[in-house]
Design a protein around this ligand. Structure first.
Ligand code: NAD
Length: 516
């Protein structure tokens, strides 16, 4: 079997490889549909007690789990480095998002999950008390990608646990090990058995969709579509965080040094394998040459390598053998159509999944590199005449995940940010809005449905229920119940017109015979 064939369907095994050199880390047994169903049933059995213990008790478990995660940061980082090829800095920093999620929802959950009283606007309903309550979706399935193995699997599982759900995780078949270890951690602190993991690829994910009450998915548009279709068969709600082709605008008057530093980290952070990475740059003609020169110098200085625990590399290996093929195809397509490679441009001549950090200019929207998600260490830079052209090209995309704007001032940047079709826009920065758990992050257009973080990132894991109850002693019947009589209808109508009519012209009640 070729080394990068991940699933051995005959033996039911999943080969987990080191992207840094292509060697085998471990063989895992794939969870088939029966195994997924069995785990789902166990979680369903445990969920009612988890919900019934209440938010305060759940929060105590979540805080104990945060401490476990903090205590195991370097162990988890080491596992992620091996399975994802990440540099140590990024394998460590990724995890602080999880600690922040627990702390943020510890603070916010009581107000978000607690009952709410709603005072009716209509005086006709003043005799009723309306209460909104939330109950969890009993079993939430989280299907994750390989680029941020822990954050994009566990990061959505944690708010679901706060909400009182049981959670079944399905990490990517490329990077299952850190998530598996994190689930062991939940058991190690002695928490109730409401968090589990299934291992495997698309078939395991599809089986999970059939079993759960809510699907939280992060991954490609193509898989998102399959999941939405499958979930529609059982009317299971889905939240889809999908791909992006994030534009980065650099306009006259911008701080070019900061813009160049930001474009480089935006394009090459996590080797460009970030849904909100900088995928295409538009630079106003008057500052183009200076900006491009700065970027090229900085990219040439990036240290590529596998640094283990040492922290002496900036860019690691690419994580998925399949992805490196896409990156290569995009670069070659651009070159064939007239693009110029300023630095990089091809795979490294060594074992494993390595692609040189690459800067490409003379690009346009006829090239795949400017319109399809590349998801790798490539930064294409396009010269534009002015702000209007930059905005037009930025919005000329089927995606709408995030964007960055560097303009002459933050105020100018904000003005332009309002004109961009994207779920988050960062002025003088990249990715930062997605790092703030207090604000929502989600995609427009094909980049997704739903959002993570903020209020909705927690409440989506619940079902809302409206309860109405009398505030005053009730009568034996109501005016609008049977039997309908002219007197009752006339009276009710009189009151309703009095309440709803705006202006005297429609205040008077027409006789019943005139109503038709
Ligand atoms: P992918 O769609 O190939 O796989 C994602 C997950 O879906 C994996 O766990 C996979 O096993 C599972 N899967 C595959 N087929 C399935 C099926 N038929 N039913 C159920 N599950 C199935 O994506 P990937 O290559 O792992 O990740 C890269 C993609 O993820 C990129 O497009 C990237 O932009 C996107 N992404 C989006 C966000 C975001 O927040 N919007 C974040 C990170 C990554």
């Amino acid at each position: 079997m070729p080394v990068n064939t991940l699933i051995d369907t005959e033996k039911g095994l999943l080969h987990v490889l080191r992207p840094a050199d292509g060697t085998l880390i471990e063989d895992l047994v794939v969870d088939d549909a029966a195994r997924v169903a069995a785990k789902a049933n166990q979680l369903r059995d445990a969920q009612p007690e988890w919900e019934a213990m209440g938010l305060e008790a759940r929060t105590r478990w979540m805080e104990r789990y945060r401490d476990w995660l903090l205590d195991h940061t370097h162990e988890l980082a080491g596992i992620m480095q091996e399975e994802a090829g990440k540099v140590r800095t990024e394998a460590v920093l990724e995890q602080s998002w999880l600690h922040d999620i627990i702390n943020t929802y510890s603070r916010k959950a009581p107000a978000l999950l607690g009952d709410k009283r709603v005072k009716p606007g209509s005086p006709l309903l003043l005799g009723k008390r309306f209460t909104l309550v939330r109950r969890p979706h009993p079993l939430v399935g989280v299907i994750g990608p390989w680029n941020f193995p822990m954050v994009l699997c566990l990061g959505d599982g944690l708010p679901a646990l706060f909400a009182g759900c049981a959670v079944l995780l399905k990490p990517s078949e490329v990077t299952p090990l850190a998530v598996r270890r994190a689930v062991e951690g939940w058991a190690e602190i002695g928490a109730p058995p409401v968090l589990d993991v299934v291992l495997g690829a698309g078939e395991t994910g599809a089986a999970l969709v059939d079993e759960v009450d809510y699907v939280q998915f992060t991954g490609s548009v193509a898989t998102g579509q399959k999941i939405a279709e499958r979930a529609s068969k059982t009317i299971t709600p889905v939240s889809l965080e999908l791909g992006g082709k994030d534009p980065f605008l650099v306009l006259e008057g911008a701080n070019l040094e900061r813009a160049a530093n930001c474009a480089v980290v935006g394009g090459f952070g996590n080797n460009g394998q970030v849904c909100i990475s900088t995928e295409r740059v538009y630079v106003q003609a008057s500052v183009y040459d200076e900006f491009v020169a700065k970027v090229a110098t900085k990219v040439k200085a990036l240290r590529s390598g596998y640094d283990g625990p040492e922290i002496d590399a900036d860019v690691g290996a690419m994580t998925s053998p399949a992805q490196i093929g896409i990156v290569e195809a995009h670069v070659n397509d651009a070159i064939a159509k007239g693009a110029t490679v300023l630095t990089g441009g091809r795979r490294e001549d060594k074992a494993g999944d390595w692609f040189q950090p690459t800067v490409v200019v003379d690009v346009d929207h006829t090239m795949r590199i400017m319109v399809e998600e590349t998801f790798g260490p490539v930064l294409p830079i396009m010269k534009v005449a002015d702000e209007a052209e930059a905005i037009r090209l930025a919005n000329d995309s089927e995606f709408g995940l995030a964007a960055s704007v560097f303009a002459s001032s933050p105020r100018e940047g904000e003005r332009i940010a309002r004109l961009l079709d994207a779920g988050t826009v960062n002025v003088d920065d990249y990715a930062i809005a997605a790092m703030c758990i207090d604000v929502p992050m989600g995609g427009w257009k094909k980049s997704g449905i739903g959002q993570r973080s903020a209020d909705y990132g927690l409440t989506k894991f619940t079902r809302q229920k409206t309860i109405s109850a009398p505030r005053v002693p009730t009568l034996d019947s109501e005016m609008w119940w049977f039997p309908y009589t002219p007197t009752k209808v006339g009276l009710v109508q009189k009151v309703m017109r009095f309440v709803n009519a705006r202006g005297r012209a429609r205040l008077g009640t027409p006789a019943l015979k005139d109503l038709s």
